[in-house]
Design a protein around this ligand. Structure first.
Ligand code: NHR
Ligand code: GAR
Length: 226
């Protein structure tokens, strides 16, 4: 267990912050026992920063443009994070790929929400790519972050149907509703000590959840809503 009393969380953001808001709301309404100690943005103008301030959470900006190399950006980011001694670091719409030093320090207590049913569509522009592929379903995944970008062990997924008139924006909106539901849930599981990793798979209460890691929508199976 690392640093401080249980439940300490630092959230890294780059943009709008609707997932951050969902986490804040879950804490506020008592569904998520967590202590959001700070929000750190890689983008100075991120709307997520205003959401944090409104909730009374300390904010910092670590702008990647202020550093000549990724490595130095990450050192600065780690310094900011370490001041809060979090149990968990959460990527909520964080847009910078993280390198070895950062991943090595936080492996096992660093999670991300990604807008696809991983392993389908890692990387960016997932909604347009899902539409382009003709997939019948799309969705979101919360996963542990490892060196393999969007390739770490999946904690929870939620699927939504792709509808005939969807454009990337309408599909993104449907997926986002699910993101806001599954992300606080995954964070709660982590902070309660209910998650473990065995053979690269995530266990909840020591059990493999039947819909995780066994099937994939491309194989004709739609993951459960968790
Ligand atoms: N870092 C590691 N090592 N592993 C992961 O799984 C990570 C990660 C950093 C971020 C989030 C991820 C997503 O959910 C994430 C997962 C940004 C990019 C990207 O290409 C890719 C994946 C994710 C986030 N970023 C560009 C870069 O050069 C910049 C893009 C931009 O600024 O708009 O870092 O999708
Ligand atoms: C979310 O859909 C999140 O899954 C995705 O960006 C959006 C952020 O929205 N994350 C990534 O694409 C990471 N590369 P938010 O700022 O409103 O939470």
């Amino acid at each position: 267990m690392s640093g401080g009393p249980r439940g300490g969380v630092v959230v890294l953001v780059s943009g709008r912050g609707s997932n951050l808001q969902a986490i804040i709301n879950a804490v506020t309404n008592g569904e998520l026992p967590a202590d959001i100690r700070a929000v750190i943005s890689s983008e100075p103008g991120a709307p997520a920063l205003a959401r944090a301030r409104t909730a009374g959470i300390p904010t910092h900006v670590v702008n990647h443009r202020d550093f000549p190399a990724r490595d130095q950006f990450e050192q600065a980011l780690m310094q900011r994070i370490e001041a809060y001694r979090p149990q968990l670091v959460v990527l909520a719409g964080f847009m910078r790929i993280l390198g070895k030093a950062f991943i090595d320090r936080y492996t096992g207590r660093l999670i991300n929400i990604h807008p696809s049913l991983l392993p389908a569509f890692p990387g960016l522009n997932t909604h347009a790519r899902a539409l382009q592929s003709g997939a019948s379903h799309h969705g979101a995944s919360v996963h542990f972050v490892t060196h393999a970008v969007d390739g770490g062990p999946v904690i929870i997924q939620a699927a939504v149907p792709v509808l005939p008139d969807d454009v990337p924006e309408t599909l993104a909106e449907r997926v986002l509703m699910e993101e806001h539901r599954i992300f606080p849930k995954a964070i709660g599981w982590f902070l309660a000590g209910r998650l473990s990793i065995e053979d690269g798979r995530v266990l909840l209460d020591g059990q493999q959840r039947p819909e995780q890691g066994l099937h994939h929508p491309a194989a004709g199976h739609v993951p459960g809503a968790g």
